[in-house]
Ligand binder design. Structure first.
Ligand code: SF4
Length: 264
């Protein structure tokens, strides 16, 4: 994987998520290369070959932090902060160190178990949270759609380790790919280790986007007999698939008193 320097830009940017004013990405691009990723449509490099880092992220971030009050920064909106190269480059770890030293906190979204390396820093932050995303119980399907990610079992072990160390944890089941993602089974596996679980269906904004080209190719090759049903549900939120699933998950939520946020 080639790692290059990105063009000059702010490290901190406004965050559109509820409860967060600011976000940052320690990498531009994502080697995990999930074929459904909505960010692929604005990728600045071919993520299979090259990702980017900020030039001297720590000095720049330090200056930007001077302009805002201490608060929780969201990390992981446009790129996973725990890229395989983070093991050596320490971009995310050094950012967390800086945030910690300035009384900021972090809410992290990742698919990687490398986050456990930084438990020491997360424990020092007030209210730090790590959320891990999941979409598959079947490893063959995961490898088709998420080329460079770790297994669901390893992600659950990561949640467990974070939780055992006193770090707040949550999970995101996203995306639910109609007829492929087993949301019930995922909830059953994850819920003991996540304080809250958000659930979102696959969303494709534009059929000309890279993520839809990727998805269609995988679906046509590997799920030809289910293709029509899957495609119909992906592009119609009134499709019966979503209504049935939503009803079933709401029943499960009530029966098991689970903290589920269902957005289907
Ligand atoms: S880990 Fe997240 S940012 Fe990276 S490719 Fe997958 S969905 Fe996109």
């Amino acid at each position: 994987m080639k790692v290059s320097i990105c063009t000059n830009r702010n490290v901190i940017t406004p965050c559109g998520l509820e409860n967060f004013d600011y976000q940052l990405d320690t990498y531009i691009g994502c080697e995990h290369y999930c074929n459904y990723c909505y960010v692929l449509s604005k990728a600045e490099t071919n993520w299979l070959d090259e990702i980017q880092i900020h030039n001297n992220i720590i000095d720049q971030l330090s200056e930007e932090l001077n302009t805002i009050t201490p608060q929780t920064i969201y990390i992981g909106y446009n790129s996973d902060p725990y890229q395989p190269c983070e093991f050596d480059l320490l971009q995310t770890r050094n950012v967390l160190k800086l945030l910690c030293s300035r009384n900021f906190s972090a809410s992290i979204l990742t698919k990687s178990d490398l986050v456990v390396r930084d438990i020491d820093l997360l424990k020092k932050m007030e209210d730090a949270n790590v959320s891990i995303s999941f979409a598959f119980t079947d490893n063959h399907a995961r490898q088709l759609f998420e080329i460079n990610t770790i297994t669901t079992e390893k992600r659950i072990a990561t949640l467990r380790e974070l939780s055992n160390n006193g770090v707040k944890t949550s999970a995101i089941i996203c995306p639910i790919i109609p007829y492929i993602t087993d949301a019930h089974k995922l909830i059953e596996m994850i819920s003991p280790y996540a304080e809250k679980i958000w659930i979102y269906g696959l969303s494709i904004n534009d059929k000309s986007d890279q993520n839809w080209a990727n998805m269609l190719s995988i679906l046509e090759t590997n799920y030809p007999e289910m293709l029509d049903s899957i495609v119909a549900a992906i592009f119609d939120r009134d499709d019966l698939y979503w209504k049935y699933l939503s009803n079933e998950l709401n029943v499960l939520k009530d029966e098991k008193q689970l903290n589920l946020n269902i957005h289907l």
